[in-house]
Design a protein around this ligand. Structure first.
Ligand code: 2AM
Ligand code: CA
Length: 276
């Protein structure tokens, strides 16, 4: 699926790429002294450090200077702002904070510029391994200057699937484990790498054939949603409705495997997308 494209989308993408680059340089510099960082607890298993906040400040300052009227929806500084109203920058300044704090090299910066809930421009900057993935609505997705294409895998037995294990809300754990149990013997492998933005990027670049997670926040998913769509893939909720930029479950794939993937995830479960 492609999105209605705004004439300014490439300017917005350029601003987002520049802001993500500034944040990535800051994070990479701070990673040298990560052993001295104080971990603050958002919840028992969700941490934040001054690096997350410092990166978001840099992104906010650059985007608000370059895009008049933009509203920030950022994980650390403006998490309560609505992601689907007006011109919004949906920002995860450091996706994979737990990985960063441990020195596990899988973390990045994710920025999506959306207009009334429609993603127009996106960047996911892979800080630890390098590489800038970016997209604008209806123009395709790119890794640096190379065009991205989702995989052509047609056989579930050949599929490598990314996922996120619930870490905060354990009420979803049983449902999640049933889904994992159904997939495990059928697919070629399941990976949990700890950054949803990079997981979705891995679908866009054809490394993963699919990815699912039962709960993500807007800043974890917004940039990756546009990358996957513009690389030719599909991103929905568990009921197969096109993914929104609000919190919830995400199912992404190369498109070919999507209906099979949704069927596997829902098999035997009632299809209530938001069990409470
Ligand atoms: P974050 O680092 O920006 O918070 C999906 O698993 C998302 O959950 C990740 O992209 C990550 O985003 C977040 N997350 C927060 N705490 C986590 C944890 N302890 N383990 C895994 N993911 C975590
Ligand atoms: Ca984060």
């Amino acid at each position: 699926m492609t999105s209605p494209a705004h004439p300014k989308r490439q300017d917005w993408r350029n601003a987002a790429v520049a802001a993500a680059d500034a944040a990535a340089r800051f994070i990479a510099h701070e990673s040298i002294s990560r052993h001295t960082l104080a971990w603050e607890e958002k919840s028992a298993t969700d941490f934040v450090s001054r690096v997350d906040v410092g990166a978001e400040e840099r992104i906010r300052d650059m985007l608000t200077a370059r895009i008049p009227g933009i509203r920030m929806v950022g994980e650390e500084l403006s998490a309560d702002a609505h992601p689907e109203q007006g011109l919004a920058a949906i920002v995860d300044p450091l996706d994979g904070t737990t990985n960063f704090l441990h020195g596990f090299p899988n973390y990045g910066v994710s920025i999506c510029i959306a207009l009334d809930g429609v993603p127009q421009a996106a960047v996911v900057h892979d800080v630890a391994r390098g590489g800038v993935l970016h997209a604008t609505a209806s123009d395709g997705a790119f890794l640096d200057s190379s065009r991205l294409q989702v995989s052509a895998t047609t056989s579930p037995a050949r599929a490598l699937i990314g996922t996120g294990i619930p870490f905060k809300d354990v009420s979803q754990a049983d449902r999640y484990l049933r889904q994992l149990r159904r997939l495990m013997p059928i697919v070629s492998g399941v990976r949990r790498a700890g950054s949803a933005a990079l997981d979705l990027s891995d679908v866009a670049r054809g490394r993963f054939d699919g990815f699912w997670e039962l709960f993500l926040n807007p800043w974890d998913l917004a940039g990756g949603v546009l990358l996957v769509r513009e690389a030719g893939g599909r991103v929905t909720d568990l009921d197969g409705r096109d993914a929104r930029l609000t919190s919830g479950a995400i199912v992404a794939s190369n498109g070919i495997l999507h209906d099979w993937f949704l069927g596997m995830l829902n098999e035997g479960d009632d299809s209530d997308p938001d069990p409470t």
